[in-house]
Design a protein around this ligand. Structure first.
Ligand code: NAD
Ligand code: 6OD
Length: 484
């Protein structure tokens, strides 16, 4: 059986205990994963601290950027290994891992390597009280050791989205991937080594959250900052854990995102876009829409087309190139999603399609598949309309007026993403600017430019990453003021 080890100071290190890495497509055990206890987390943080002092922070920006480009090259040269690791761990279709997750991992390194080279610094000329002049300029310095804690839905994409800018800014990192998806972070360690990233700059500890590697890392007094992507409640737990040592935090959390469809939209483009926004990655993308509001004249037609789309998605083996939807990540997560399907029914929903578990009559029946599902008819106050489900499911509701749609879309404690579908560009701008969300798409969804701010409001997060926002989070700015 394959072993997945921790990676500390350039070495693959076993832990005292192991846990299984499960393939969600058929429930089989892929590997045994070494869990890092407190002393291994201490070792990883110690190695990261030593590498910082040892000079990663002092490597010239040009050389650091070149190193990150070599990491991107090495990801590309082991493209198929990364795709296989990601598909086996998550159950996502091979087509998705090959077009989204792995290319984005390489792109993350390239984007932040290029950005750090071109990033300027603020400078101001200041008048002194005696009428002379002083010059202020900010110096960018690393934060130090950064703890990176990430989830299972886009494991490599989300990990590299944080590791790339952290390293570009001269920090060293200790990464804690999800216990559900440990493989790609460890594979990335091999790539880091091959690309010449010095030992101790990138470290990986495996394990769980509470009373395990995640919590040990968040609490660690020698970690300077924690960047986290995951559930909002976990964000709250991490905030408590970092409070005694006042670490900087960046949180990308959950969502209950809305799509607003106006009757003047391009119908076909909208159906395709909304279906993708509900079902991609079996609904396990924080940006997925779980609430779809449709202007009443288009409601019946849009719902019928969405139902047709859902019923024609091909569920199957992730290794099959034509598969559209793989399984959910785990048995436990499927139980959670099914409990919401039941809750929606108990709350009086009208089931448009789905609502159950598919049968394959082969090994996939041991996997964690679920039907794509659409509900209607619930009040906006229903729990299944308010709470994040994180599965291939949405509730559809009609609206009569623009203001009503905006009010319904914004009536949530979350505020991550929204999409608006209209051919009236004025309306697109007007509505988008009123969305209580970190990112709003008009006539598209999940179209990403890595230079733009990314994050959420309310329960969806704290801070922004992306472009200069990432560089600013992963740096300390020291303002130098010189009297001239
Ligand atoms: P999760 O919060 O359960 O786990 C995320 C990571 O945190 C894992 O590595 C886990 O081991 C660790 N963890 C759990 N408890 C911890 C603790 N007390 N201390 C330290 N670490 C701890 O999330 P998940 O189930 O892996 O991912 C799904 C969630 O992530 C959804 O809510 C989804 O919306 C959210 N998400 C948000 C974004 C975003 O960009 N906003 C992106 C992807 C996923
Ligand atoms: O595209 C990104 O940079 C990003 N952070 C996506 C998050 C997706 C959530 O599941």
């Amino acid at each position: 059986m394959k072993s997945i080890l921790n990676y500390i100071d350039g070495h693959f290190v076993p832990g005292q205990r192991e846990f299984p890495d499960i393939n969600p497509a058929d429930g089989s055990v892929i590997a045994q994963v070494s869990e890092a206890d407190q002393s291994l987390v201490d070792d990883a943080v110690g190695a990261a601290r030593k590498a910082l002092r040892g000079g990663w922070a002092r490597v010239s920006v040009r050389d650091r950027a070149a190193c990150l480009h070599r990491v991107a090259d090495a990801i590309e040269s082991r493209f198929d290994c990364f795709v296989s690791a990601e598909v086996a761990d998550t159950g996502k279709p091979v087509a998705l891992a090959s077009t989204l997750d792995v290319p984005r991992a390489a792109a993350n390194f390239r984007a932040f390597a290029d950005l750090i080279k071109s990033a300027g610094i603020e400078s101001f000329q200041t008048e002194t009280p005696d009428g002379k002049c002083a010059m202020n300029y900010a110096v960018r310095k690393p934060l130090g050791v950064v703890g990176v804690i990430v989830p299972w839905n886009l494991p490599l994409l989300l990990l590299t989205w944080k590791v790339a800018p952290a390293l570009a800014c001269g920090n060293t990192v200790v990464v804690k991937p999800s216990e559900e998806t440990p493989a790609s972070a460890t594979l990335l360690a091999e790539v880091m080594k091959a690309a010449g990233v010095p030992d101790g700059v990138y470290n990986v500890v495996h394990g769980f959250g509470p009373d395990s590697a995640g919590e040990f890392l968040a609490q660690h007094p020698d970690v300077n900052a924690v960047t986290f992507t995951g559930e909002s409640q976990t964000g709250a737990a991490i905030m408590k854990a970092v409070a005694p040592t006042l670490k900087a935090v960046s949180f990308e959390l959950g969502g209950k995102n809305a799509a607003i469809v106006f009757a003047d939209c391009d119908f076909e483009e909208t159906v395709n876009g909304v279906a993708e926004s509900v079902f991609l990655n079996t609904g396990q993308v924080c940006l997925c829409a779980e609430r779809v509001y449709v202007e009443r004249p288009l409601f019946e037609r849009l719902v019928a087309a969405l139902k047709h789309k859902a019923e024609n998605l091909k569920l199957g083996s992730p290794l099959e190139p034509t598969t559209d939807l793989g399984p959910l990540i785990s048995r436990g997560h499927r139980e959670k999603v099914i409990s919401y399907y039941q809750l929606a029914r108990d709350e009086g929903a009208n089931l448009i399609t789905g609502g159950g578990v598919p049968r394959f009559d082969n090994a996939l029946d041991q996997g964690f598949y679920i039907q794509p599902t659409i509900y209607a008819g619930l009040p906006e106050t229903a729990r299944s309309v308010k709470e994040e489900i994180f599965g291939p499911v949405c509730h559809v509701a009609p609206f009569d007026a623009e203001d009503e749609a905006i009010a319904m879309a914004n009536d949530t404690k979350y505020g991550l993403a929204a999409s608006i579908w209209t051919s009236n560009l004025k309306r697109g701008h007007r509505v988008a600017q009123q969305m209580n969300a970190g990112i709003t798409w008009v006539n598209c969804w999940f179209l990403r430019d890595l230079r733009t701010p990314f994050g959420g409001v309310g329960l969806s997060g704290i801070g922004r990453e992306g472009g200069m926002h990432s560089l600013n989070f992963y740096s300390e700015l020291n303002n130098v003021c010189i009297r001239l």
